[in-house]
Design a protein around this ligand. Structure first.
Ligand code: CTP
Length: 260
């Protein structure tokens, strides 16, 4: 058997002589063996995905409805195109893509530490995680009991660091950084502001609150903005197809020499 394919299948979950690999793993390993040769071949890609959870007490957290599907599709597509992929993920509703190194985290601070440890070496960083902007200042070690407040319970929150902004400062010359903007209004304008403020080369804007796009759907409707690039509006597509379009643009940027 062709060596790269054989090695990939041997690394499969529960692998061993005589044990058949998962059909999905075989399809992906063949896809990777047949693909490659592009700008992502051998590149180091870091993807963040999923929500973060910020503890309120021993059993409760502040979170959001991100499923992780978009970030996982990006990690899978990068691997299929020959990259070495690290997926840094909050608790997600989907299975990890085959071949990808997964680092599971829970809070924004854990995600930040994991990302900052990796991005300095990365050729590509993609910030698809829905990071909680605030965390409770002092989570209770015990379960907060019903009677602690008569009518209102006030939980003080403090701002989390911006992982994408901190990462952008650590990335090497020639690399590419991409992020997402989730907006309810003025989509392109606000995404353009985030593109500049967070040091992204590309930003993928999507609208919150649509039934067939955004959080926890299999499809997405996005507009991609880039430095020196007019906004590119894509039709409703599967998240896997959206990931392909995003990775095409990232590959173009890598070929053009990435960030200075
Ligand atoms: N992001 C991040 N760290 C944070 C918050 C966001 O790295 N603490 C990243 C996200 O992964 C995404 C981008 O920044 O790539 C934009 O996230 P978004 O939620 O759209 O915007 P915010 O910066 O949170 O701003 P706002 O909530 O005001 O829209």
């Amino acid at each position: 058997m062709w060596a790269p394919l054989r090695d990939d299948l041997r690394r499969g979950r529960g692998g061993g002589p005589g044990r058949m690999a998962e059909p999905g793993a075989i399809v992906d390993a063949v896809g990777r063996a047949l693909g490659g040769g592009g700008a992502l071949d051998g590149a180091r890609v870091v993807v963040t995905a999923g929500p973060t959870r910020e503890a309120v007490d021993a059993v409760r957290f502040v979170g959001n409805r991100s499923s992780g599907k978009m970030g996982y599709a990006l990690a899978r597509t990068s691997w299929l195109r020959g990259a070495e992929v690290t997926l840094i993920t909050g608790p997600a509703a989907v299975a990890a893509p085959y071949g990808v190194k997964v680092r599971g985290v829970e809070t924004a601070l854990e995600m930040r530490d994991a990302v900052l440890a990796e991005v300095g070496e990365a050729d590509v960083a993609i910030h698809a995680a829905a990071v909680a902007d605030y965390r409770p200042v002092s989570p209770s070690a015990d379960k907060i009991k019903r009677g602690v407040a008569e009518e209102e319970l006030i939980v003080r929150m403090v701002a989390n660091p911006d992982i994408a902004t901190e990462s952008a400062r650590l990335m090497k010359a020639g690399s590419v950084s991409a992020g997402f903007a989730l907006e309810t209004a003025d989509l392109v304008e606000r995404a353009g502001e985030k593109l500049a403020a967070k040091g992204f080369d590309l930003i993928v804007a999507n609208r919150a609150g649509e039934a067939d796009a955004g959080f926890d759907t299999d499809t997405n409707r996005v507009t991609i903005l880039g430095r020196d690039m007019p906004p590119r509006q894509l039709p409703l597509m599967s998240k896997f197809a959206v990931a392909g379009s995003i990775m095409d643009l990232i590959e173009d940027r890598l070929r053009q020499g990435g960030r200075g």
